[in-house]
Design a protein around this ligand. Structure first.
Ligand code: IPD
Ligand code: CA
Length: 262
């Protein structure tokens, strides 16, 4: 598999998709529907941006599979599947907070975290004009800068996390925050998991943990962390997933895992 061909395509489409999201945001955003809970929203822009990404990929690589947050799964014939979150950070987007991203990954193998091999990943923040990219074995990059995860100082780790949309999960999420705070210098909840992972890759955050992620939340960002020399751990089965995702340097991930598991 030549990941070299997949990354430029992901970069080109992420830029076009991000520009569309930014223009729609400037026009004004309306919530189109609620999903799993009242807090879990989708805007017309989420759907339009995903449609654009899906159409561009179908034009460029007609046999590939697709897994997108808004339009679901379609099996392919080439062994490559694109895992896409058209707008990660939808609540930020709807409120006018410019911290949101387009996340596009190309994976091979079974389309399940822990079974797939991520070949290429892009996380594009249109409002910041920052495009984080990685290809398997070729490092993680922001522009000309090769990215590398950080090692926390004696002051503790700058951590990020997120909370699920289901109010029933908030109590356990907050208990988990209490357990990790002894390792933290401070904690961020910025609202876009793909950017949390990209920031870990860039050393802007020392570590990140969250329960409840979907494949499209971490497929591209997870590759960024690994290609930046970091560790990505999760459960079930050690792969990032619904039960837990932890990212950072190997030592920090192990410390967080022990604290989180109590
Ligand atoms: C959400 C964001 C958020 C995270 C949630 C995700 P969405 O994705 O990444 O930071 O805490 O778990 O579902 O709904 O904005 O695409
Ligand atoms: Ca989304």
């Amino acid at each position: 598999m030549d990941a070299g061909n997949l990354l430029p395509l992901a970069v080109e489409i992420a830029r076009e998709a991000g520009d569309l999201a930014r223009r729609r945001r400037e026009d004004g955003v309306a919530i189109a529907a609620t999903k799993s809970t009242l807090a879990d929203i989708v805007t017309e822009a989420d759907r339009e941006v995903e449609d654009l990404i899906r159409a561009r990929l179908a034009e460029a690589r007609p046999g590939d599979g697709f897994l997108g947050e808004e339009s679901g799964v379609e099996e392919g014939t080439t062994g490559v599947t694109w895992v896409v979150d058209p707008i990660d950070g939808t609540v930020n987007y709807a409120y006018g907070i410019p911290h949101y991203a387009v996340s596009i990954a190309a994976v091979t193998g079974e389309v399940a975290p822990g079974h797939w091999t991520a070949q290429a990943g892009v996380v594009f923040s249109p409002a910041a004009g920052e495009l984080f990219r990685a290809a398997r074995g070729a490092g993680a990059w922001l522009g000309e800068r090769r990215l590398s995860v950080s090692t926390p100082s004696d002051a503790g780790a700058l951590l990020a996390t997120g909370f699920g949309y289901d109010p029933a999960t908030h109590g356990p999420d907050l208990d988990r925050v209490r357990r990790v705070m002894p390792a933290a210098r401070d904690l961020r909840r910025a609202g876009a998991a793909s950017l949390d992972l990209a920031y870990v890759a860039a050393g802007r955050l020392d570590g990140y943990f969250e329960r409840g992620l979907h494949p499209w939340d971490h497929a591209a960002g997870g590759l960024l962390v690994i290609e930046a020399g970091g560790t990505l751990w999760g459960s079930p089965g050690g792969a990032p997933g619904r039960d837990m995702t932890i990212a950072g340097s190997a030592g920090l991930v192990e410390r967080l895992r022990i604290l989180i598991e109590g």
